[in-house]
Design a protein around this ligand. Structure first.
Ligand SMILES: Nc1ncnc2c1ncn2[C@@H]1O[C@H](COP(=O)(O)OP(=O)(O)O)[C@@H](O)[C@H]1O
Ligand SMILES: [Mg+2]
Length: 382
């Protein structure tokens, strides 16, 4: 397989946001060029990939993608019609069958349970009659989430009364939803896992994640979960990629329950929250941790190139940069002067709450990473 200029491998990407941008940036040094299909003329990936500015179902755009060596995606909600047109013409990694499961919270939970994973108590809410008794059945409080199209805490509401549940369902448009019981987790963690066409499985880092208003604020590696929990995360991830026959990179989000000591020390059991069939915000710290990045791993996996674990060598962490309400910018000079920081900006216009970039912090110890993340957050979120 040649990787010379002119005959380079090409990777098609459905979607052209920051994840596609970072996939394309990781692909170039491997001798791989990316082609993104994305309707937004200002999509971040246009700066480092060939940009087909057209709808995801555009026949000419899909035809161009079909000329690539393989196709991957940066978000799970690409129209089914797009992947149907590509299927059978070149490798789609992950495959449409995996997208079908992960794009619908109900199907996803059924498929996770079938793979042997535990999920939160849940009820499908498809019609108003499904609301009766549903809240009590999941423990009296929980989250109502649209079955499809939710992201960054959008399309969900916290509910703790029957009346609140009905109001929340109406507010979400009366669309099919999943009502999940509230999980009293000690921490949230996530794990990327890649499975090559030969069935070889590679793991990313277990990261510890903090969300604010449903949006990821920071991730830290290593997570403070005990070794048994870390091993459990890997065995669940392996079980899911094998049961779902995934070829490509996916990320599992977990809730870690309190351990035997009640404080979440050793033995905290994991509940799978959701699965992203792609690289994930919590894996961005792999860009600067000294090992393979999740983006390189995803590119390698999609193209069937040799794969290894994508684990940081150094303790590291990440803080997201979100658009501010006042439209103002952070103090860049102050950010740059925090030791061990690496700035990653997506070149997006600022809107309140929008992900505009992230700051990775690398240090010698986890404690130093936490100090660095605190310093970064004081600048970004005063
Ligand atoms: N059942 C739950 N119990 C407790 N917290 C939850 C629950 N569901 C969601 N959350 C909180 O909301 C965040 C976002 O929810 P998630 O289902 O992951 O949606 P999204 O697709 O927006 O990431 C989670 O990371 C967690 O912090
Ligand atoms: Mg999530």
């Amino acid at each position: 397989m040649s990787r010379d200029a002119g005959t380079a491998l090409t990777l098609g990407i459905l979607g052209g946001g920051q994840l596609a941008q970072m996939l394309a940036l990781a692909a170039l040094p491997l001798g791989v060029r990316c082609v993104v299909l994305e309707p937004d003329p200002l999509a971040p990936a246009r700066l480092c990939a060939e940009h087909i500015c057209a709808p995801y179902t555009d026949p000419a755009g899909l035809e161009r993608l079909a000329q690539c060596s393989a196709v991957t995606l940066e978000f799970e909600n690409v129209p089914v019609a797009a992947t149907t047109l590509l299927e059978g013409r070149l490798p789609l990694r992950p495959a449409p069958a995996v997208l079908h499961l992960s794009r619908h919270r109900g199907r996803e939970k059924t498929a996770l349970e079938a793979a042997g994973a535990r999920v939160a108590a849940y009820r499908l809410i498809e019609t108003e009659s499904d609301l009766a008794g549903a809240l009590a059945a999941v423990g009296g409080q929980g989250f109502l989430k649209t079955a499809e199209l939710g992201y960054d805490g959008h399309g969900q509401a916290r509910v703790d009364t029957e009346a609140g549940l009905l109001a929340a369902w109406n507010k979400l448009g009366g669309v099919p939803c999943v009502l999940e019981g509230l999980v009293a987790f000690v921490r949230e963690v996530s794990l990327g896992v890649a499975r090559g066409p030969d069935g070889h499985v590679s793991f990313g880092p277990l990261t510890e994640n903090v969300h604010v208003n449903g949006i990821l604020r920071r991730s830290v590696y290593p997570a403070s979960s005990g070794p048994e929990t870390q091993a459990q995360a890997r065995s669940l991830a392996r079980a899911v990629v094998e049961a779902w026959e995934v070829v490509g990179l996916i990320t599992l989000e977990f809730f870690e329950l309190p351990g035997a000591d009640g404080k979440g020390g050793e033995g905290g059991e994991l509940i799978v929250n959701e699965v992203a069939p792609r690289v994930h915000n919590s894996g961005h710290l792999t860009q600067d941790g000294g090992g393979l990045s999740q983006f390189e791993a995803a590119v390698r996996c999609a193209l069937g190139l040799p794969l290894q674990d994508f684990l940081p060598i150094h303790p590291c962490g990440m803080v997201n940069i979100l658009g501010r309400e006042d439209g103002g910018e952070p103090d860049w000079a102050a950010l740059d002067s925090v030791p061990g920081t690496h700035l990653h900006l997506y070149h997006k216009a600022s809107r309140p709450g929008r992900k505009l970039g992230h700051v990775n912090v690398v240090a010698r110890t986890r404690e130093e990473v936490l100090d660095g993340l605190d310093a970064v957050e004081r600048i970004l979120y005063p």
